[in-house]
Ligand binder design. Sequence first.
Ligand code: KIV
Length: 341
Amino acid sequence: MASRLCTPIRLGGAMGLSGKVARPMHLQPSLALYQCIWQQVRSSSNSPMAQGPGNTRKKVTIKSLENLYRKGEPITMMTAHDFPSGYVSEAAGMEMILIGDSLAMTSMGMADTSEITLDEMIMHCRSVSRAASTAFVVGDMPMGSYEVSEEQAVQTAIRLVKEGRVHAVKIEGGQEFAPTIKRIVQAGIPVVAHIGLTPQRQNALGGFRVQGKSTAAAIKVYQDALAIQEAGAFMVVVEAVPAEIAAIITKKLRIATLGIGAGNGCSGQVLVQADMVGNYPPGRFLPKFVKKYGDVWSETLKAIEQYKTEVKSREYPSPEYTYPTTKEVVEEFEKVVSRKD
Ligand code: KIV
């Protein structure tokens, strides 16, 4: 595509691309032209991701998120775990992108989130942040990176911002982590809390169970929500809570709730990207609340199987996928290599 759109020119005359020929400013090729030429000459499979149409909206900030909340417009959040999954979320116009520790399973093949380390989370945050030119980026604080002390939590949050390049951190826990949230907020880092089902505590909760089903359990979720709001969290993820309970809690709060398995009455929604785009083999267990919007697994499988068939049959690479040379060069080369020393 690039070679059809770009006008091939020679830089530096006979000296080629590396030649340093002085030319007046008005004759200097533009950056776009250089990029164009670079695309043409980069005969390698490791080129950077193409710059897509880009997102023309203004950067999403805490203020613009608050505006959406006030207007009652649902806020959209999607998880991402690397540059492409962040890039596609940005292109789709997600207001918020979460590097959730669910990537331990969906991207790293771990059994649960307890195994993922802060360093690993930071690496994923860095990749996603590069793709999110306008979305508001939130990084999860993994298990073991904030429970020991408030100092530990602040240090973790600072690393996620400085090294992971996120705009805010997410922390699982309610009332018991309110003082921790307060300290992180005091350090100038926005916090998204996470209540209801907190997967990092699955062992203590007796598994991945719906929270807030009884009146007492619903009151506990509500108290958690009030405590983290009081501590200064600017938003809260509410996971696996009956829709009616989550809706009532949402009405009672003055910060936005992001539901995941918590019904339509929340201020916004979040889903795990690998789940909702269908990037998993058939038969995998999915929670009830996940709607499968795509079938990335089947599409990818089909493509790779087709590739295998074509390689085996030598159909790929056909001439249009190869680099030409002249007949003379080939003949001369054959003569050279067939000479007996
Ligand atoms: O880790 C994650 O992806 C999350 C979402 C489920 C909210 O915390």
